[in-house]
Design a binder for this molecule. Structure first.
Ligand SMILES: Nc1ncnc2c1ncn2[C@@H]1O[C@H](COP(=O)(O)OP(=O)(O)OP(=O)(O)O)[C@@H](O)[C@H]1O
Ligand SMILES: [Mg+2]
Length: 212
């Protein structure tokens, strides 16, 4: 099987990139060998796994990206069915553009507020630029930290229409269990019944992004 490579990116900080990347990787690892490439110099994904007292099952190695992202991908892609790249929040870092140039699909977590969406416009421009060299690049917004099903105000729907990048139908609710998982260095799949609702959300994301 060819390796499918995903990036989780948004130059806006604190939108849930690492949370989505780690839990997505845990879900993908149930389908085939999967690793996370930590492209963020903050090293959040690397710190996450170091917190674990019991390792995730199946294991998801976190590989720190030292040089260029595409080189890191090439170095390991033959060993995995899936790779998930956790990108840094900075607009300064060349790594986001590097990731977009070599992945199959980028997921862009956004918080459900117009201001956060506007702040995500920059990554939309980068997706357009990346398609010049990576024409097959798929890109989706993923609404994170939803408070309720009805929380999407009409003003938000209008802001969404300004984006050329579509949003996944699957959304992630604001749930304490996402934080708990991070604190325990594990994924929502590892938390038993506590993680069930979050696990369903991640499974729903995977169903949308993996070709049937
Ligand atoms: N759906 C959610 N429900 C509850 N808490 C969440 C959710 N998603 C993320 N969080 C929490 O929000 C905070 C920011 O999330 P995270 O670190 O994943 O964002 P990030 O985009 O990777 O940040 P950075 O830009 O600093 O890399 C964390 O404390 C995380 O546990
Ligand atoms: Mg992060």
């Amino acid at each position: 099987m060819t390796c499918r490579v995903f990036a989780v990116a948004n130059q806006k900080g604190g939108v849930g990139k690492t949370t989505l990347a780690m839990n997505l990787a845990a879900g993908l690892a149930r389908r085939g060998p999967c690793a996370v490439l930590d492209a963020d110099p903050q090293g959040s994904a690397s710190s996450w796994v170091q917190l674990a007292t019991t390792p995730s099952n199946p294991a998801v190695p976190v590989i720190e990206v030292i040089a260029a992202v595409h080189d890191a991908v090439e170095a390991v892609r033959s060993e995995y069915d899936y790779l998930v790249i956790d990108c840094p929040p900075s607009t300064e870092s060349p790594r986001v553009a590097q990731a977009l140039s070599c992945v199959d699909c980028v997921l862009i977590p956004v918080l459900p507020s117009p201001m956060d969406l506007w702040a995500s416009a920059h990554i939309e421009g980068m997706v357009k630029e990346a398609r010049a060299i990576n024409p097959g690049l798929r890109a989706f917004l993923v609404l994170n930290q939803m408070e309720s099903r009805n929380a999407m105000a009409r003003s938000m729907e209008e802001v969404f229409r300004e984006f050329t990048v579509p949003a996944l139908r699957s959304r992630l609710a604001r749930r304490a269990v996402y934080r708990t998982a991070a604190l325990e260095g594990r994924s929502v799949y590892d938390l038993g019944p506590r993680g069930d609702s979050a696990e369903k959300e991640i499974e729903s994301v995977i169903a949308e992004i993996l070709p049937a």
